[in-house]
Design a protein around this ligand. Sequence first.
Ligand SMILES: N[C@@H](CCC(=O)N[C@@H](CS)C(=O)NCC(=O)O)C(=O)O
Length: 210
Amino acid sequence: MSFHLIIGDKLYSSWSLRAVLAVELTGAPYTEQIIKLNQPDTTARLLEHAPTGKVPLLKCEHGTIADSLAIAEYLNERFPQAQLWPQDIAARAQARSACAQMHSGFFAMRSNMPFDLSRDQALTPMPADVQADIDRMVALWAECRAAAKESGPYLFGKVSLADAFFAPIAVRLKTYRVVLPVEAQAYVETIYQWPAFQAWQREGLKERAE
Ligand SMILES: N[C@@H](CCC(=O)N[C@@H](CS)C(=O)NCC(=O)O)C(=O)O
């Protein structure tokens, strides 16, 4: 078994963060290769690996897998013992639904609050559609947490792929200094305490100095 991840800059690539956290959850060893985004040769370099021209990509014995959600589902199949999704079928359905909503929505937040690990500044003025996305996110997290409060601080109690998917949102909410209800703020802090996230953060902040 050999896993090789192709990702963007740790400072800026939110979709890559999801894939790295997903692989980290499996405990499997992997190598990684960073392709810097927004450079004159970025597209050409990405196209050398896959026709999507996007990161993350997971290279393994089953080929080159594009897209963070596909990578997550592939890893879930490969590592059933790692229990990457919640074990309860209702919670698992809810977790998959939340990740799919993240994957295909929250466009106002994503486009107006670009991911930048090193940012520490509020968005002013806050556009109404971005605030609506934030409110919806807080409500979605509360729905997920409702069934999980007793079993751990992550979205579904025990850490899961859902946390890999929402870690970049925790970063946006923190780095744009969004004032949150207590429970949502506690979840943001849980992500910031997650050792796999902390490793990404350390390396991302180093890129800034390079
Ligand atoms: N839905 C895709 C989104 C991938 C994506 O948009 N990645 C961005 C970086 S975070 C990218 O590769 N951009 C390259 C470019 O625009 O040149 C996924 O989940 O993997």
